[in-house]
Ligand binder design. Structure first.
Ligand SMILES: N[C@@H](CCC(=O)N[C@@H](CS)C(=O)NCC(=O)O)C(=O)O
Length: 217
């Protein structure tokens, strides 16, 4: 049995993990859940992840790994293929910091359940939710742009010239921005890195998959 990825095609946490699996050249079985119809809140899924969130990576020994960043780090520590984190501790701290800016400071505020809660508790309509989404991306992307732009360790990708953890997070977030109508080319360094990543098959196939599928089914 190969690893099994329980995920949703356009979830940015799933996309960042699929990017890492692609970069490592790991094949896996793809199991799809539809978030809007609550499939991840059914007992069958909650047995895998009591938090009811994708992605979940099911290992060959039947264990379930949750939390996209910890799964990616597990892949990096145990699987062959190019490293997703640098060899030096300072480099790893930098790459994790860039990744966490997206994974901890943008994503949790803009997650589907947060947008749903804004609607249920405060009556936020679709436009208000989009403004909320854009606000939290802007706050962090302004800082991320500055950090990437002024650091000589920024290369073709977030850290030097090898794509890794931070690039997986950045690429997935830019695709999410696009879905909400936010033009990421406003941040030139982030946009340049996204464009470089997009020329790699490991990333490009993720965007093509999104383009093929209607956004609001
Ligand atoms: N920190 C978690 C977040 C997982 C997460 O929030 N996944 C989203 C999809 S991007 C989800 O399952 N959302 C379901 C919901 O909001 O109801 C990770 O990185 O894996």
């Amino acid at each position: 049995m190969t690893m099994r990825l329980h995920n949703f095609f356009r979830s940015s946490t799933s996309i960042r993990l699929r990017a890492a699996l692609n970069l490592k050249g790991i094949s896996y079985e793809y199991v799809s859940y539809k978030l809007s119809s609550g499939e991840t809140r059914l007992p069958n899924f909650l047995a895998k992840n009591p938090a009811g969130l994708v992605p979940v990576l099911e290992l060959e020994n039947g264990e379930f790994l949750v939390q996209s960043l910890s799964i990616i780090e597990w892949l990096d520590e145990t699987q062959p293929g190019p490293s997703l984190l640098p060899d030096d501790a300072c480099g790893r701290a930098r790459v994790r910091a860039l990744s966490y800016m997206i994974a901890c400071e943008i994503h949790p505020l803009n997650n589907l359940r947060v947008l749903n809660r804004l609607k249920a508790q405060f009556g936020a309509d679709v436009m208000a939710q989009e403004r909320w989404f854009m606000h939290w991306v802007e706050v962090t992307f302004n800082a991320l742009e500055e950090m990437l732009n002024r650091d000589s360790q920024t290369g073709r990708y977030c850290h030097l010239d090898q794509p890794g953890l931070a690039d997986c997070c950045l690429y997935a977030q830019v695709l999410n921005n696009k879905r909400f109508g936010l033009d990421t080319s406003r941040w030139p360094t982030i946009w340049r890195i996204f464009t470089s990543l997009d020329s790699l098959p490991a990333f490009n196939e993720l965007r093509r998959c999104l383009n093929r599928t209607p956004i609001k089914p």
